[in-house]
Design a protein around this ligand. Structure first.
Ligand code: SF4
Length: 323
């Protein structure tokens, strides 16, 4: 769907705000946050969480205030307290370690990440060498790399250039992808792989999740012609960073990521006549509302909604609460 370009009004003081939809929380993030809340209500505080449950500073501090303790190593989890695994997924070794310590483990891995884990394990079991397209060091990539029992059946690539040069074992090949990549860049990488290795196995569509694709499509429709594009989300959030890149590629003059109204550089809006606004999949809608409320106190605004899809996906809870 192509949305019309922003219609700046004749009154130069009025700022046109184009609000991208869908934006903000996805089903996997809602489920993960609820998992921590449910675990707190079932087991009391503290509840330990392996890694930030989702990549958003506001969400993490709210849950920390409720009694969640975020740790990077399972060694930091006392044996008598439950541990929640984050939405990004974990390597097999982390599950084994929690099990060997008999920890109460609640897995909030997004079902769409689990789907990639399952595909990866199936390919390896069928004797294929797996190419993972993703960003080195991201927890989801660490979790997917950790699905190989010997650690050696997966090669990570990040760019088209790497896809064109990577040397691989002499074995049947398959590819999987991180769920929160740029749709356009990933398509280019897959095209290079398919041209080099015509028999490579892969998903019918890349593994980029519905939420990432929908948010990028909404930003593509919202950004053209805007003077500034504001993505609300944290620096650690891969899908939020991709939205900034998408806005620039789609024709916004400038695009920035912000954790919210409190830390935003409001001088960026001074000379703008139209701005676009979206939020990453881990950013709560309250942050968008607070941003717009603060903006409206600084300048008169006219809001245009640009909706490219409706979402109604809900995942089953990870924890069945005892009644
Ligand atoms: S961004 Fe996609 S993969 Fe990640 S939690 Fe949300 S739905 Fe799941």
């Amino acid at each position: 769907m192509t949305a019309p370009r922003p219609q700046a009004t004749d009154d130069l003081s009025i700022l046109t705000v184009r609000l991208a939809s869908p934006r903000g929380f996805c089903a996997g993030v809602e489920r993960a946050i609820r998992t921590v809340e449910d675990t707190l209500s079932q087991y009391g505080r503290p509840v330990f969480v392996r890694h930030e449950i989702v990549h958003n500073v506001h969400v993490v501090s709210r849950l920390a205030a409720m009694g969640a303790v975020f740790v990077e190593s399972l060694d930091e989890v006392p044996s008598d307290r439950p541990v929640v695994f984050s939405a990004h997924g974990a390597p097999i070794s982390a599950h084994q370690k929690a099990d060997s310590r008999h920890l109460v483990k609640i897995d909030a891995t997004c079902p769409l990440v689990l789907k990639v884990h399952n595909q990866t394990r199936r390919h390896i079991a069928a004797g294929r060498h797996v190419i993972l397209i993703g960003h080195a060091g991201h927890p989801e990539v660490i979790g997917t790399m950790g699905q190989a029992p010997d650690g050696g059946s997966i090669t990570l690539i990040e760019t088209e250039d790497e896809a064109s040069k990577v040397s691989l074992p002499d074995a049947p090949l398959a590819y999987v992808t991180q769920t929160t990549l740029s749709v356009d860049e990933t398509r280019g990488i897959i095209d290079v792989l398919k041209s080099r290795f015509p028999d490579i196995a892969g998903p019918a569509k890349e593994d980029i999740c519905y939420a990432t694709s929908n948010r990028q499509a909404a930003v593509k429709a919202t950004a053209p012609g805007t003077d500034l594009f504001v993505v609300i989300g944290s620096e650690t959030s891969s899908n939020s960073v991709r939205l900034v890149e998408t806005a620039l590629a789609a024709g916004s003059a400038k695009a920035v990521l912000t954790d919210g109204a409190d830390s935003f550089d409001w001088s960026l809006c001074d000379a703008a006549r139209s701005i676009g606004v979206s939020a990453g999949a881990s950013a709560p809608e309250e942050l968008v509302e607070a941003f717009l409320t603060t903006l409206a106190k600084k300048r008169p605004i006219k809001i245009e909604s640009v909706e490219t899809a409706k979402e109604n996906i809900v995942f089953k809870p990870a924890l069945r609460l005892a009644s």
